[in-house]
Structure formats: structure tokens, C-alpha cells
Design a protein around this ligand. Structure first.
Ligand code: KIV
Length: 296
């Protein structure tokens, strides 16, 4: 397989200039990262959505830095060429600039990520400035920001009123001014996301934000049908891997119960002379046992 050239922030800027859309998915482990790279993906987010898709939590809030670092390490081992972004989990950057820089740095030095992402607008602009000031590439995240779920009153589309549009634009400009290198918009109407995109210089990607942005993010478990707790409107399934896995395991269970698996083709072979020797030993033992029982 031909080795792909590494995608960098410069590559992403050039793609934006040339109007080439970036492909962007989440991944949380080595195999999915490897398959994503093979498929030619441009960018990977090691999202804190792993709390829901992989760890089975109801929200992303319980996810820790250690969860994220372990997952990011697996992803960067699996995919080399894509641009890989580590998602800063709840309370890894909110308390202080110092926490934000130290934890962002862990994604780079311990997990080999290319960038970090954090949620929020003007209120995290100082954090963005501090992280970017440490030489780290930063992606902002606006719109539906799951770490602020309680404040938003649930998973709700954002930017559906003039007040919300103005707030989003103000936040987006504040992030760009603070040094964010990229922005992600989540769950925003197509037209509103496009308006925000058009007023920024940095690449702007979307998840559930329509087509007027520089690239599309999807959650890998949504794309391949491995998360069935809910399905947002913007999700398109390209495969039903969850169903395939269920059917495969059910077939295995059936075959074990029926004695079909394992069949002779799954046995480890043994050279006949070794088997004969073992059988002679076992039979001889049986004879000794028989004679002992007769003598008793
Ligand atoms: O954690 C994640 O996957 C995300 C996306 C939903 C944007 O932050």
C-alpha cells in the first residue's frame, strides 16, 4: 500500500483555499483508525463522544483525561497520515489556563496528536489563547456543545434565532481572534453555518451544520451503524455493522451449542507418531489401573 502524505494544518488551509472539502470522522481505537486511514480520511477526532459510543455512559461528562489519552494513543498508532485531534474532556480546561495548557500538552506529548479541540466561545477564548500560545494547534467548537448540555436544556439545534446567530458569530470571531486555528460547528441550520463560515478566515468544519462549510465530521459509530441509542437527523448510515456483529455472534453461539464449531479444520494437528505415543501411555496407564483394581 502506498504511504500517504501527512495532513498538516497547512494542508487543511490549502484545501480550504482550493475549495476541497475535508473528510473528518471520529475514532477511538486502533482498528477503526487503521480502517479510516485506509479509506483515505483527511482528519480524525478522538472525540469525548467515546464516553457514549464506547464506554456506554449517557453523556460525555464522565470522560477523563486518562480515557482520552489512552484512546488517542491507540488512534495515532493506527493512523499516521490523517490530521488527528484530541478532544479535551469536561473539566480538563475549564478550571484554569494552566490546566488547559498542561492537558492540551498531554495530547501532543503523550498521544502524538496534531491538535486539540475544546468547546465554547468567548468564555473559553483565554484558554484558546493560552493553548495556542504554547504552540499547540487548537480547534474551537460551537453550536451544540455536549459538555454544556444542562445549560442548553438537552440536545438542541442551535442558531435558529437572530439572537443565537449573533451569539454564535460573536463567539466564532472571539475564538478566531484568540488564535484558534480551526472551528467546528455542531447542529446548526445550513444557512446559518454557511454565514458564519463566510465571515471567518480559519477552516470551519461542521457536524449537522449543512454543506456550506470546509468539511464534514461524522461519528464513526453513526456512520457504520454501531450506535443505536438515538440517531440525529444529520446521520446517514453507510453500513449496518452492529447488525452484522450481532448476526455473526448469534451464528457462533448456534454452532457451539450444536457441536458444529470447532470443526476438524480448526483443530491443531499433532504428528501421528506423537499421538500414538501418548495413546500408548494413556492405554498402558489404564491397564495398570485395571490390574490394580483386580488385585484389590
Ligand atoms: O466528541 C465528539 O465526538 C465531538 C463531536 C460530536 C463534535 O465533540
Amino acid at each position: 500500500m502506498q504511504e500517504r502524505k501527512k495532513v498538516t494544518i497547512e494542508t487543511l488551509r490549502a484545501m480550504k483555499r482550493q475549495g476541497e472539502k475535508a473528510t473528518f470522522i471520529t475514532a477511538y481505537d486502533y482498528p477503526l483508525a487503521k480502517y479510516a486511514e485506509r479509506a483515505g480520511i483527511d482528519m480524525i477526532l478522538v472525540g469525548d463522544s467515546l464516553g457514549m459510543t464506547v464506554l456506554g455512559h449517557k453523556t460525555t461528562l464522565p470522560v477523563t483525561m486518562d480515557d482520552m489519552i489512552r484512546a488517542s494513543q491507540a488512534v495515532t498508532r493506527g493512523a499516521k497520515a490523517p490530521f488527528i485531534i484530541g478532544d479535551m474532556p469536561f473539566m480538563s480546561y475549564q478550571p484554569s489556563d494552566r490546566d488547559a495548557v498542561i492537558n492540551a500538552g498531554r495530547f501532543i506529548s503523550e498521544a502524538n496528536c496534531d491538535a486539540v479541540k475544546l468547546e465554547g466561545g468567548r468564555r473559553v477564548a483565554e484558554r484558546v489563547k493560552a493553548i495556542a500560545g504554547a504552540g499547540i494547534v487548537v480547534m474551537g467548537h460551537l453550536g451544540l456543545t455536549p459538555q454544556a448540555l444542562a445549560q442548553m436544556g438537552g440536545y438542541r439545534v442551535q442558531g435558529k434565532s437572530l439572537a443565537q446567530y449573533r451569539q454564535l458569530l460573536d463567539d466564532a470571531l472571539a475564538l478566531e481572534d484568540a488564535g484558534a486555528h480551526m472551528l467546528l460547528l455542531e447542529a446548526i441550520p445550513n444557512e446559518v453555518a454557511a454565514l458564519i463560515h463566510d465571515q471567518l478566515q480559519i477552516p470551519v468544519y461542521g457536524i449537522g451544520a449543512g454543506s456550506g462549510v470546509d468539511g464534514q465530521l461524522v461519528i464513526i459509530h453513526d456512520l457504520i451503524g454501531m450506535f443505536d441509542e438515538f440517531k440525529p437527523k444529520f446521520v446517514k448510515r453507510y453500513a449496518e455493522v452492529g447488525q452484522i456483529i450481532t448476526e455473526a455472534i448469534a451464528a457462533y453461539c448456534r454452532e457451539v451449542k450444536e457441536g458444529v464449531f470447532p470443526g476438524p479444520e480448526h483443530y491443531y494437528p499433532i504428528p501421528p507418531e506423537q499421538l500414538t505415543e501418548i495413546m500408548a501411555y494413556v492405554t498402558g496407564k489404564d491397564k495398570d489401573k485395571d490390574s490394580r483394581e483386580q488385585g484389590a
